[in-house]
Design a protein around this ligand. Structure first.
Ligand code: CAA
Length: 382
């Protein structure tokens, strides 16, 4: 068992850390307060290979492995979770899906601009009435005689939906067939029939732009179908398996930031004539925070390692996401408590970490869905 990282993995970690500390951390409070999409920072991430970390160099990416991806996301999320959300959608939910299921022409056409961070991508599965129960989608894809499809319907909670150039869309092409009736499509948002709807006012990750999108008689040419007709649900699930490793890494970044701020604070803040870090109740919090942070980190690196071996990794990804997101919620909560009034104040980033952590228990599969996936995979029962 090797707990070391390769030179390449350390290089991308360093690049991410430098940008996170020099550019993202100083602007995170502003972007959170105004809820503005941090386009310039995202372009910078792209210029440094961070928007297509696992994308081969010939398609504009950094050509690195899933462990490098985890290390980079942790660094970005430690500065600002919203930036890491935008990063994870370009990397995992969009590029990863096309690389795995797309044709050579689709890889050439759609991946480069997204992997280079010149354009932004999105992933559209959720609808107003279907979240966890993804096959209950109503968005309809009607096949035409020439092999093209006409899309009608609405998708909601679309991360980067307000700015995305390309979107991987899941729509029902044959409602009779349930999960096997879902097809995946590559959407160019500059084409007629695509509309952006209301933006979601969110508790956290406020710099990541989330909105509804709608399709009215939007025509998808046959060469923009991703995978085969009816394969869409498996594509969505496969892509989400990888995405969940990225969300686990995001939760770790947030947890680390809250933990490190707490370590500094308990050494400096005095009460009853001593630094509060000398009190056993605070020491217990610090110890439990550290145990959860390390456990989440090891489980997430394990999931990334299994993925890098081209072995099935769905269970490991769900374990990592569940553990890391619930730990992030707990750790950021404790960090606010340790900081007392200052934890509750917008003058420090603790309350932002706490608000941002919550989404990691919800998107890319709620904690309840992760438990369902783990238990189903372990027992073989449905
Ligand atoms: N990989 C490949 N195929 C898979 C799979 C996986 N991980 N999981 C299931 N499948 C296949 C099954 O084998 C089955 O195939 P067959 O028909 O050939 O047997 C098919 O998919 C249907 O599977 P299930 O019967 O298990 O489907 P289900 O309706 O019971 O749902 C579920 C399973 C796990 C609950 C799934 O619906 C799920 O993961 N829901 C959560 C959805 C989710 O994560 N949404 C996140 C939205 S995107 C987002 O948040 C992005 C963002 O903004 C950043």
């Amino acid at each position: 068992m090797d707990f070391g990282f390769s030179e390449e993995q350390l290089m991308i970690q360093d690049a991410a850390r430098r940008i996170a500390q020099e550019k993202i951390a100083p602007s995170a409070e502003h972007f959170d307060r105004v809820g503005e999409f941090p386009l310039e920072n995202i372009r910078l991430l792209g210029e440094n290979g961070l928007m297509g970390i696992e994308v081969p160099v010939e398609y504009g990416g950094a050509g690195m492995d899933p462990i490098a991806y985890v290390l980079a996301i942790i660094e970005i999320a430690a500065a600002d979770a919203a930036h890491s959300t935008i990063m994870s959608v370009n990397n995992s939910l969009f590029c990863n899906g096309i690389l795995k299921f797309g044709t050579e022409a689709q890889k050439q056409k759609y991946v480069r601009e997204i992997a280079e961070g010149k354009e932004i991508a999105a992933f559209a599965l959720t609808e107003p009435q279907s979240g966890s129960d993804a096959t209950a989608m109503r968005c309809r894809a009607q096949k035409q005689a020439d092999g093209s499809y006409v899309i009608n319907g609405k998708k909601s909670w679309i991360t980067s939906g307000t700015v995305a150039k390309y979107i991987v869309l899941f729509a029902m092409s044959d409602p009779e067939k349930g999960a096997r009736g879902v097809t995946a499509f590559l959407i160019d948002t500059t084409q007629p029939g695509f509309h952006r709807g209301k933006s979601e006012p969110k508790l956290g990750i406020r710099a990541s732009a989330t909105c509804e999108i709608e399709f009215t008689d939007y025509v998808v040419p046959v060469d923009a179908v991703l995978g085969a007709e009816g394969q869409g649900f498996k594509i969505a699930m496969g892509v989400l398996d990888a995405g969940r490793i990225g969300i686990a890494a995001q939760a770790i970044g947030l947890s680390r930031a809250a933990y490190e701020a707490s370590i500094a604070y308990v050494k400096e803040r005095k009460a009853f004539g001593a630094p509060i870090g000398t009190f056993q109740m605070i020491q217990a919090k610090i110890a439990d925070m550290k145990c959860k942070l390390d456990a989440a980190t090891l489980l997430t690196l394990r999931a990334a390692w299994v993925k890098s071996q081209d072995k099935p990794f769905a269970t490991e990804a769900s374990i990592a996401k569940l553990t890391a997101s619930e730990s992030a919620m707990w750790i950021t909560h404790q960090a606010v408590q340790i900081h007392g009034g200052m934890g509750y104040s917008k003058e420090m980033p603790l309350e932002r970490y706490f608000r941002d952590a919550k989404i990691t228990e919800i998107y890319e599969g709620t904690s309840e869905i992760q438990r369902l996936v783990i238990a189903r995979n372990e027992t073989g029962l449905r």
